[in-house]
Design a protein around this ligand. Structure first.
Ligand code: SF4
Length: 696
């Protein structure tokens, strides 16, 4: 039964980084009526198919309702005592770096804050990493190199004002649908706004594009270097803005040296794109996983930012580089220090002053002096027995990590594994010694930050089922039981948020971008009623764009252009593995499907795992329409249904990453992905593995 909209509770969608506001009204059968929140600045009432179907995903089927130790139900005290004791014993015997947390962009900022504080300030290790490492770590590294901080310069309003939008490595139509709808709505009002899509596949985002550039996988650096060289050739360097930039000549020299033929694009196509970019002042370049998930992801980000810095196309309405994040709170995780190489509030672990300031604020007994293990290295350390106690929160690395079979084996062999989740039926949860039931979306309260730097509230609208408890509470209890006392004596997410906001004032004092100290004195009621708020929020700083004044967060205050050069994907094609394997999302599923697979209408979109193969390749291999195909790589194999389509180029194949050992044991595509990483960001190259195909 639909409740009147006036009774609805305002919250935020738990899926992608668009961060849409939703209005939630519980019905009388334990379900939810879900509508878009017209007052939320991220979506103005729009929702995509996943958001619209949220009400179908809140049943308690398959929910983990009580703590379990070795498969047996137990009470919270026994489970948490065991977790605290095993972590303390491991640290005492093997040191703080023998334990690790692997967390998630599904966590709320308050959960993330407590996990980060416990690991970095009290356990004394930086071995906390997040599945956001698989999502946008290359953007973080690229932003830090270019701007001095991990700063998203622009806002969603820039998409409305741009005259040219370039989507690169982003199937926005499927992966951030409401942003794509926003662009389409603008193009209806202003048909002169142009859309260019750069993607090896002809995705749904290309359907209404003015130009599609089907680049060879991994060639983005060469493409944007070609653009920078063209900018220089045409004399379009912004001489005034260039006084705010360092590295200009070196970057241009590198750009000129790159070979554009590696893009696989014709001279005419390149000219058309370069001409459009160079002759349009208001350009927003949106990038996502196709840029980030690469062994040269950081260089790709900098190749893009180089073009914007060279032309001063940054910090003003309707222009700038724009990273869109995959997860609902990937940004919050970046801000709060969820990555192994960051401190909270964009402060740096390696900086002794930053470490001391955070340590003093927390009254921390110990702070790590160097970065911890990033995701791929973390699970390698688990497999080698160097990590002996692991706590995984709200993510499923046994499916989603590259070389997933090996990661599953590593977790299975770990001495002590704790999993906090809403279900015990994931590939990872089944390997846990201790399972802790967590509250899920709709049952928990806190904040998330979207791609646009807007902090929004997730609010409670459903009762916590069974014994489920919030993640911040679980982490704080373990912190207390490990002897860290008052530092984890939290009563509510509001209290955690106030502490976090106060800490951000210290970051502001170091000249960092992330400062929400204007929110540090919120009362519980004000926190509860917090409107969507774009950071920074402090005295004299309020939302808006960064870098309008030409000042950056680097030591000399200048934006940095980086000399970058194209490098091929690390995995080499060979006769046994002649296909380039790309992985990604489909429109109506999310991550490893623990939530979206509950909604029949979402399963109806693409109901089973598949592999896209070009018709010529299918014919050459004797693979007919809908036939089963065996895909092999040096790391594993999978069996998927053939989808024969010329949306994919010859020599390339694409498979979605959602299906798991739980719902399709033969379709764990990340088992085939090489554990190759970007050397700067540590992000895996999930879009350019090698594989062979044959009829099954
Ligand atoms: Fe949710 Fe993203 Fe869809 Fe918005 S676009 S409704 S945040 S999945």
């Amino acid at each position: 039964m639909k409740a009147p909209q006036s009774c609805a509770i305002r919250s935020t969608c738990p899926y992608c980084g668009v961060g849409c506001g939703v209005l939630l009204s519980p019905d009388r059968e334990g379900g939810l009526d879900v509508r878009g929140d017209k007052s939320h600045p991220a979506n103005f009432g729009r929702l995509c198919s996943k958001g619209t179907a949220l009400g179908e995903t809140v049943s308690l089927d398959g929910r983990l309702l009580a703590p379990r130790v070795h498969g047996e139900e137990t009470d919270w005290d026994s489970a948490l005592d065991l977790v605290a004791r095993r972590f303390s014993e491991t640290i005492a015997a093997h040191g703080p770096d023998s334990v690790a947390f692997y967390v998630s962009g599904q966590l709320l900022t308050e959960d993330y804050y407590v996990a980060n504080k416990l690991m970095k300030g009290f356990i004394g290790s930086a071995n906390i990493d997040t599945n956001s490492r698989l999502c946008m770590a290359s953007t973080v590294a690229g932003h830090k190199r270019a701007f001095g901080t991990d700063t998203v310069p622009g806002t969603y309003e820039d998409l409305d004002e741009a005259d040219l939008i370039v989507l690169t490595g982003s199937n926005l139509a499927w992966c951030h649908p409401v942003l794509y709808q926003r662009i389409l709505a603008t193009r209806k009002k202003r048909p002169e706004q142009k859309l260019v899509v750069i993607d090896p596949r002809r995705t749904a985002s290309c359907d209404l594009a003015d130009l599609h550039l089907p680049v060879k996988p991994g060639s983005d650096v060469a493409l944007f270097n070609g653009l920078l060289a063209e900018i220089a050739r045409r004399g379009l360097i912004d001489a005034t803005f260039a006084t705010n930039v360092s590295g200009l000549e070196e970057a241009i020299a590198s750009a000129r040296a790159d070979d554009l033929s590696v893009t696989g694009l014709s001279d005419d196509t390149l000219s058309e794109f370069y001409d459009l970019w160079c002759t349009t002042e208001k350009v927003v370049t949106i990038f996502s996983q196709g840029v980030n998930q690469s062994s040269s992801g950081t260089d790709k980000v900098n190749a893009i930012t180089n073009c914007h810095l060279a032309t001063g196309r940054i910090g003003r309405p309707g222009l700038g580089p724009f990273s869109v994040t995959g997860q609902p709170n990937a940004m919050g995780g970046r801000e709060v220090g969820g990555l192994a190489n960051m401190l909270a509030c964009h402060l740096d672990i390696e900086n002794v002053d930053h470490r001391k300031a955070v340590g003093d604020f927390w009254s921390a007994p110990v702070m790590p002096e160097q970065a911890g293990l990033k995701a791929v290295d973390m699970f390698r350390a688990v497999g080698e027995g160097r990590i002996k106690a692991l706590w995984v929160l709200h993510t499923n690395p046994a499916v989603s990590m590259p070389d997933a079979d090996k990661v599953r084996e590593a977790i299975a062999g770990c001495e002590f594994v704790v999993v906090s989740d809403i279900t015990g039926a994931t590939d990872t949860a089944r390997l846990a010694h201790v399972l802790l039931p967590a509250t899920g979306w709709g049952e928990k309260s806190g904040t998330v930050t979207n791609s646009d730097r807007i902090i929004s509230r997730q609010r409670i609208v459903l009762p916590a089922p069974g014994e489920a408890r919030p993640d911040w509470w679980q982490l704080a209890e373990v912190g207390r039981l490990m002897g860290y006392g008052a530092a984890f004596d939290y009563e509510s997410p509001a209290e955690i948020f106030r502490e976090y906001a106060a800490l951000s004032g210290i970051a502001g004092g170091f000249g960092k971008d992330f400062d929400i100290s204007g929110l540090k004195d919120l009362t519980d009621a004000e926190y509860d009623a917090l409107e969507p708020t774009r950071w920074p929020v402090s005295d004299g700083k309020q939302g808006g764009r960064f870098f309008a004044d030409g000042r950056f967060f680097t030591p000399d205050g200048k934006g940095r252009m980086l000399p970058v050069s194209w490098k091929p994907p690390v995995a080499k094609l060979e006769p046994r593995y002649p296909f380039r394997l790309n992985t990604g999302r489909v429109r109506d599923q999310w991550h490893t499907m623990t939530r979206t697979a509950r909604a029949p209408r979402l399963n109806a979109h693409l109901g089973e795992p598949f592999i896209e193969i070009h018709p010529d390749d299918a014919a050459a291999k004797g693979i007919g329409p809908t036939a089963l195909v065996e895909i092999t790589s040096p790391h594993g194999k999978a069996i998927l249904r053939a989808m024969i389509t010329d949306r994919i180029a010859p020599g390339e194949i694409f498979a979605p990453m959602h299906w798991t050992g739980e719902n399709a044991p033969a379709a764990r595509i990340d088992a085939l992905v090489a554990p190759v990483i970007d050397p700067v960001s540590g992000q895996p190259e999930s879009k350019a593995s090698v594989a062979g195909i044959a009829p099954f």
